[in-house]
Design a protein around this ligand. Structure first.
Ligand code: IMP
Ligand code: ZN
Length: 356
């Protein structure tokens, strides 16, 4: 990563002052996949142990090298490396705590982490234990954080490639943990492997989570060309938030604008995975101009090596935003969040309002 973003395709380089401002700005992260956000040094360490001292090249190649890009399918392949080494409750708790420590150091005051519950049969971990290990990491961070806490909630992801029975299981677990830190459900995974299943498989599952436990729903949407029909069905159902929306036809984009459904926009993820041509061509510009509710997010900081402050700095320099506008964006992100009203909500709001 170039310090001033000069290697970022089509981005205006940001200044050290802009980056510093964005680091100090209290921010909200709404779209971060747990296993895509594992600390790079931890991954290296775990990979080395797992492969007993052999090469660490696979672990190193998880992150996109400076100036390099990767298409969406190649990007999905890298998660296999992370899933191979982050196994068992202890490691899940540790990586969750570290992700939040890193976010806190970057000025993030509230984060919605999302993860796909998995069984780790080799170490006797079931999905319930998986969720509890992640919640434990959130709790430990809160208890142990020395330099400010990043308050966090969990979203459970449903992977498009999985059978509907897995989705139903995940919804059951989200309902079960809905008053213990799980606030929502997400549809994620490689769109090339699972599109065209919205009406039959996913909509009934999300509908049940929403009805039975008031869970919020966010959907990875329009991540590749030709997904207009699914997008139309999703909008007709009415999700609480949508991620990426890189490949919208003009008609669907207009429908999205009219729906006012908030969007999570991940500039580096979209550019480095070749979903969007360049930073300057990113639809963030159009959405901002339109006043559409949005949150700037990282997606997978391990893969794209760009923490939230850098994403804000890139938006700031590329789209000519001043400090007041960037501050508004951080607060707008919170407005679109799934955090329930109460003590934590008030605390996050107070920290967002405090001068940086
Ligand atoms: P996990 O759910 O914590 O294991 O995080 C990694 C998973 O997040 C991957 O296996 C993908 O299913 C999902 N993911 C990460 N980035 C993206 C994305 O850009 N689009 C869709 N799914 C993603
Ligand atoms: Zn994502």
């Amino acid at each position: 990563m170039a310090p001033n973003g000069t290697s970022a395709v089509g981005a205006q380089p940001y200044t050290e002052e802009q980056l510093d401002f964005c680091r100090r700005l209290p921010k909200v992260e709404r779209h971060a996949h747990l296993n895509g956000s594992v600390r790079q040094s931890t991954l290296q360490e775990l990979y080395k142990k797992t492969s007993e001292g052999t090469s660490t090249s696979s672990a190193a190649s998880v992150a996109i090298a400076k100036g390099d890009t990767r298409n969406l399918s190649e990007m999905f392949a890298v998660f296999g490396v992370v899933h191979h080494v982050v196994r068992g409750a202890e490691l899940l708790t540790r990586v969750t705590r570290e992700v939040l420590e890193d976010m806190s150091a970057d000025g993030v005051v509230y984060a919605e982490l999302r993860t796909t519950p998995r069984e780790h049969q080799d170490v006797g971990l079931d999905k319930r234990a998986y969720i509890e290990a992640v919640l434990q990491g959130i709790e430990e961070h809160r208890r142990l954080a020395k330099d400010g806490v990043c308050i966090a909630r969990l979203i459970l992801s449903i992977d498009r490639k999985d059978p509907v029975t897995v989705a139903e299981d995940t919804v059951n677990l989200a309902i079960e943990y809905s008053n213990r830190g799980v606030v929502g459900l997400d549809l994620c995974g490689d769109p090339a492997l699972g599109w065209g299943r919205w009406r039959q498989d996913w909509e009934p599952a999300f509908e049940r989570g929403r009805k039975q436990a008031g869970l919020k729903v966010t959907l990875h949407a329009a991540e590749m060309a030709g997904m207009d029909e699914e997008m139309a069905d999703m909008l007709a159902w009415g999700p609480d938030s949508l991620g990426h929306v890189c490949f919208l036809s003009p008609g669907e984009e207009l429908r999205l604008f009219e729906s006012r459904t908030p969007v999570e926009l991940c500039l580096s993820s979209n550019v480095l995975s070749k979903s969007v041509e360049s930073y300057s061509a990113h639809h963030f510009g159009r959405f901002l101009e339109r006043g559409h509710p949005l949150a700037i997010c990282t997606d997978d900081v391990l893969v794209f090596s760009s923490p939230l402050s850098r994403e804000y700095a890139l938006a700031m320099s590329t789209f000519g935003l001043d400090e007041a506008k960037v501050t508004d964006l951080a607060r707008d992100a919170f407005e679109t969040s799934f955090l329930e009203k109460g003590r934590d909500y008030n605390e996050v709001l107070a920290r967002l309002r405090a001068p940086s």
